[in-house]
Design a protein around this ligand. Sequence first.
Ligand SMILES: [Zn+2]
Length: 340
Amino acid sequence: MIKIKEYKEDCVFCGRQANSKYNFETESHIINCENCGDYKINMEGTSSVQTIPVDQKHIIAGYLRELNELGLEAPLITSENIDIILSSSMIPKTVLEKLDKLLLYFERNTTYIYQWVSINYEHTAIAYAKSSEELKNMIEAIENNDYIFKCNEPRVRGFENEESNGEKEKYRLTLEGLSEINEIKDEQVIDTKQCFVAMWFGDQMMEVYNNHISKAIRDSGFEPLIISAKEHNNDICDEIIAEIRKSKFLVADLTGFRGGVYYEAGFAYGLGLPVIYTCKKGWFTGDVEVRAKRADTGKDVIIESPNNLHFDIEHFNFIIWEDEEDLYKRLKNRIEATIR
Ligand SMILES: [Zn+2]
């Protein structure tokens, strides 16, 4: 049985009292903070947080809160990944970007027009604010722009049924606010840092992805996304289509000549997205003999030595890689040279 001890302790990011569970098996704390949401942190992570500048703690609080609201699981916070979190493309860099986050918070909590959204000024993480005062100022700014409208009716303002403490107000998004949110979302699509990776999900290739392809993409300032679902085989699904649409460019590794990779690359090309083609040398030149499991029978078979590439893509400027290090270097150079 997994041993878990429950108690209360101060949240390391925002200082508010939070529920904490210690999992003896994973040696990590599971924190439930009213402001930051749920997150996991280990001992080294906790002591590293003590050493980061105060000015960065509320940024991580905002990041955790946003992940929670988007239904995404926050990474386990360790001493190693605090810097990675702080450099995430999700984090707002300017005052205006913080205001965008606040508007998006309103939008996430609005399901019909003129729905009241209650704002607790203690919950500063909803907009990456450092203090209640900053959050109040931010609310004032978007109110002055007529993006939100404050509730003045005492009847509607009643917060009697809500448990949490702290000063609260209710606001609703105006039509101006909603159309501003549309513009923010359009900009986010243009500004996306996502790179979709289409490739063969064989074990060897997954290792190449984990240690080299994803690293080359990250090190050039982009966020790799792979939908590694072996069950998809060569099928294309709605999720893949949606993610390609949200991407800035696509890396298609043709090693293994999987039908799905051609399809995904073709789809991205059709949308006008840049596609960077890569392929392992032996596969490109046609002198490999590869054993693989057949999807239908599960038996090992020898895949015939390929001697040419499908379709008319030979004239594309391929990265024909010799080994993983070579792939890493050339892919990184190509991204840096061609993707803005
Ligand atoms: Zn917190």
